[in-house]
Design a protein around this ligand. Sequence first.
Ligand code: C5P
Length: 398
Amino acid sequence: MRGKSILLIIGGGIAAYKSLELIRLLAQRGMTCRAILTRAGAEFVTPLSVASLTGETVHQDLFSLTDEAAMGHIALSRSADLVVVAPATADLMAKMANGLANDLASTALLATDKAVLMAPAMNVRMWQSPSVQRNAETLKRDGVRFAGPNDVERSGGECGPGRMAQPAEIAAAIERALAVKGPLAGRKALVTAGPTYEPVDPVRFLANQSSGRQGYAIAGALAAAGADTTLVSGPVSLAPPPGVALARVTTAREMLAACEAALPADVLVMAAAVADWRPDSIAGSKIKKTTDRVVPLIRLVENPDILATLAAHAQRPRLVIGFAAETDNVVQNAIAKRARKGADWILANDVSGDVMGGERNRVHLVNETGVEDWPDMTKQEVGARLAARIAEKLKGAA
Ligand code: C5P
């Protein structure tokens, strides 16, 4: 755990004093800690005590010029290996479960690309209320981990869950969360997704119907399996999957440059629908209709083939996987494409239906041994299955 860093969000509750002990335990384990103290949290512990223990400035205000100048709230949300909320109040849970962001803590929780661990602390009845339970369920479904709450044992009064887990228990949960190693831990993956836009003039471009869904699902599955994953994406309206480093590009040439910049990688998955051609020049101003109604002629030139280029690259990834989006002779074309492009595997799909933009996909995996027909499944399932196959293939490889 040495060298790991935690972003600790301290919410408002009497248990906040235990978070000071937690910081101490993390330091003992060689971890560093940055803290966000909510307004309510600051009613229970002082910024000075948190700063003294973390050895860092305590972040309190979303709109603080000095804090933003030192480190913007988005960078702060991603600066650590894990985000820990202790104590996690009903308010912080509700905000995260429902996508509310009106202070630094809730904004960081929505903006982070790291895993989140919550240690709830509240009154027993509050914890048991249907709305808090609903929010806890939503957060768990979204992948948030929980430590506690523990039972309150009081001879009189209320008993049941609500007390924050002990600092040592939270430290152990943090170690478990950080130690989770998928089958692709230590591997680097590069994925492309989405269409490319090839400009014609300042307002027009050539593009295609790709939604980016399949590539995003693959990148998410590779990251979930532990791979250090870079996703080079053309223009799409999808949120990047958790744990994935996103590089946004527009044209095929930009996509190639971004991919080359991301090498070396162990595995390359090219799910992007790269434009085969681009206009040979981009008009400097909007092409106008003329009174004599002469139609403009747009000459096309070939775009670089990113897959073929990277498959022949000096830093060729060990496993190169391409896609074949076809409307006819799907498998035959994929077999030919595998050879032509120098790819190891081709995932072939029939795009004559609503695959482009849809939720489901039916693919055939063409590899060195033949063709496998995968059943119809969601794009997420295709991603998970492909990630598992990649892990199998790379297992034991240096
Ligand atoms: O030749 P075709 O476009 O059908 O090949 C599809 C595969 O090649 C996909 O993996 C796609 O991402 C990749 N490709 C590419 N660069 C291009 C065209 C396609 O990387 N210019």
